[in-house]
Design a protein around this ligand. Structure first.
Ligand code: WT7
Length: 650
């Protein structure tokens, strides 16, 4: 665990700007106490903001590690995002303002989005999709992506989105694990001026996915005559939609019916399908969006995440839409065609709430203030950050140059597994300390424990755990209850283990210290060291590989790989084998997992029992003095590796 305290403790808290406080939705700290007294009663009260077909009988049924929330209730997530606004003034408000990377744009009102969702829900039904069936979604950031999610939710199908940056092999693994019946994709998507050919990847994966019966293809970014469709299996989205009826009642779902699964990396090579159910998840997304982003009817809200990650699920689709908000959705990258694209979008649509990741903020810092200064950002009133710890320098830059000291910054901590934000300021009442995600949300209880499960004194680092169930918590790992138990609940029985290290200061502020397991956080993307190692050893030249995350100024962490080659292969640093292996990993997993450095070594440092000592490799990659090497089988291995590393890194 890296130590960021010291510097940080001495900083004075920054109070939310007065102008903001005056208009904030939540103005009293009493909300924390009230929720803490009786969390289930608090959640039950909040759940009344949702539209139910049938009220629940019991708020919580908890038998660790399994929770059931709002037992006996009937509800539909798509209904809550659409139907309940019909016949109200929200009906004609923009639900999604979409901008494509080339500059094309499209706006869908709640009325229009409802009609599109009903139609596509009927299309899915027509393709044989039934309640409980899994639908894999592999798409660029186009409105059809949001429409697909809501259409699945409407008929009770389980969506499982695979980020468009994943390779065909990664996609194949996820389709197989989900036993998906239908895949929804697009011919392509734009990224930095070039085209990512998604349908081509789908075709490659489907050679090994017998469960998939139908594929729906959105026509995007390519000449449609150049996109081969397999007769009887593949269909154009627009053709199917032509004949679809816009009448499709929302299916009353049980509170605990599955809403979606989303694959994320754990400590093994195999990604896990995180399961979220309907009512609890929706409540978490709805409430946190309203409170943390202080939503008002007049807001234009923009979360820059991709819907391929949980942030996009909760804070582009379910959270804002269930609050009747106007959401901006953008297809491309922040530097296309120029490095002011994000600021142009804020100016063009009058964005009031902006939510992005620290890695993006650090990139903007590097590009310089001139880009945001060129544009009118005065519509902004609130900023958010998510995905990794934000360093105080980046926080201050964001606060000063994007928010002009008028906007509170909400550093929001959560995970795919938690479903919604659990640690964050409530911007009208919580003082801010740059670099701290501040306090747990009302109703959430966290502790920091030592190895033995005892609470550490304030100021000391330890394992972050959640001690009580909350509505949007994961309900399990798809088809793998054992892993669910082992990964999250065995370390500290009865408590949810987050995998993160944290400290709490004397004012109760949480300081997140990063992952303490073998999971890396590269530009806010979660990648397991084991996944990259498996991809490397899959190459015929590689005998053994060890992968570590090393600190990186922009990405947070960069991927460093130490590789031993098989007899007969040459790996002098700088030779073409480095390029070959980097490409191999990108092909196996996706460009996001491409190692930054590859170092060849005759041997890897191992303990006498044969365990690779990653801690020492991290010391080498980060240029530190080596830690304790006494448990090594052969300490000379690591010494020569360090020397060689220093020579090549210069
Ligand atoms: C991991 C979860 C859910 C958000 C997107 C990432 C890290 C996330 C913060 C933050 C410090 C953070 C943690 C966590 N993380 N937000 N504000 N401060 N760390 O979701 O891919 O499931 O990754 O991201 O390490 O465990 P994810």
């Amino acid at each position: 665990m890296n130590n960021i305290e010291g510097k940080v403790e001495s900083r004075k808290a920054i109070q939310p700007p007065k102008k903001f406080v005056k208009q904030a939705n939540i103005t009293s700290k009493k909300i924390y106490e009230k929720a803490a007294k009786n969390p289930p009663a608090f959640w039950a009260e909040q759940a009344k903001h949702l539209s139910w077909f049938k009220p629940w009988k019991k708020v919580l049924q908890w038998k660790a590690p399994y929770a059931k929330w709002f037992v006996g209730g009937k509800i539909n997530a798509a209904y809550n995002c659409l139907d309940r606004f019909l016949g109200t003034p929200t009906q004609n408000k923009a639900a999604i303002i979409w901008e494509g990377e080339p500059g094309d744009s499209r706006t869908l009102t709640y009325h229009q989005l409802h009609a599109e969702v009903c139609k596509f829900a009927n299309v899915l039904k027509g393709l044989g999709v039934k309640k409980g069936d899994r639908v894999i979604v592999y798409m660029p950031m186009v409105p059809e992506l949001a429409i697909t999610l809501l259409s699945c939710a409407r008929i009770g199908a389980v969506h499982s989105v695979v980020f468009g940056g994943f390779s065909s092999e990664a996609l194949r693994d996820r389709i197989q694990d989900a036993s998906a019946k239908v895949v929804v994709t697009a011919s392509g998507g734009f990224r930095r001026g070039s085209v990512i050919q998604l349908k081509k990847n789908v075709d490659a994966s489907l050679e090994h996915c017998p469960t998939v019966e139908k594929v729906v293809v959105v026509n995007r970014a390519m000449d449609p005559t150049q996109v081969p469709l397999k007769e009887g299996r593949d269909f154009w989205w627009h053709r199917l939609m032509e004949d679809a009826s816009a009448k499709c009642p929302a299916e009353p779902m049980d509170s605990e019916d599955m809403l979606f699964t989303l694959y994320t990396s754990g400590t093994t090579g195999k990604p896990k399908g995180i399961v979220h159910t309907t009512a609890g998840y929706l409540l978490g997304a709805n409430l946190t969006t309203r409170w943390i982003f202080d939503l008002k009817d007049s807001d234009v809200y923009w979360c820059t995440a991709d819907i391929g990650w949980v942030t996009g699920h909760s804070y582009i689709v379910y959270g804002p839409l269930s609050n009747g908000a106007t959401v901006v959705m953008y297809e491309g990258t922040p530097d296309y065609p120029e490095k002011d694209r994000f600021w142009r979008i804020i100016e063009k649509y009058g964005v009031t709430i902006f939510y992005t990741a620290p890695t993006a903020i650090r990139t903007f810092m590097k590009w310089g203030e001139e880009f945001p200064k060129r544009r009118d950002l005065s519509s902004l009133r609130l900023l958010g950050s998510v995905g990794e710890p934000i360093n105080p320098e980046a926080w201050m830059w964001y606060y000063e140059f994007i928010g002009r000291k008028n906007c509170p910054v909400a550093d929001t901590w959560w995970q795919t597994e938690t479903g919604s934000i659990l640690i964050s300021p409530l911007p009208g009442i919580t003082p801010m300390k740059p670099g701290s995600a501040t306090w747990t949300m009302p109703g959430i209880k966290a502790e920091i424990l030592d190895e033995k499960g005892k609470q550490v004194p304030s100021g000391s680092g330890g394992y972050l755990v959640l001690t009580h169930p909350w509505p949007s918590m994961m309900r399990g790992i798809f088809n793998d209850p054992e892993r669910y138990q082992k990964q999250y609940w065995d370390k500290f029985p009865g408590k949810y283990f987050t995998g993160d290290g944290a400290k709490q200061d004397k004012d109760g502020f949480f300081w997140l210290l990063g992952r303490i397991d073998d999971v890396m956080n590269v530009s806010g993307h979660r990648i397991s060291t084991m996944e990259v190692e498996s991809a490397l050893v899959d190459h015929h030249a590689v005998a053994e590989a060890a992968v570590v995350g090393k600190n990186h100024d922009i990405k947070g962490q960069a991927i460093a790989a130490f590789v031993t080659l098989k007899e007969g292969f040459k790996g002098t640093d700088g030779n073409e084998m480095i390029g070959v292996l980097k490409k191999h990993v990108a092909d196996k997993i996706g460009a996001l997992a491409r190692p930054d450095d590859i170092h060849f070594t005759a041997e890897l440092p191992k303990t006498r029992s044969g365990k690779i000592m990653r801690r020492l490799l991290r010391d080498i990659a980060e240029g530190r003095a080596l830690g304790d090497t006494t448990t090594l089988a052969d300490p000379s291995v690591v010494a020569s590796l360090k020397q060689k590393y220093e020579e090549t890194e210069g």
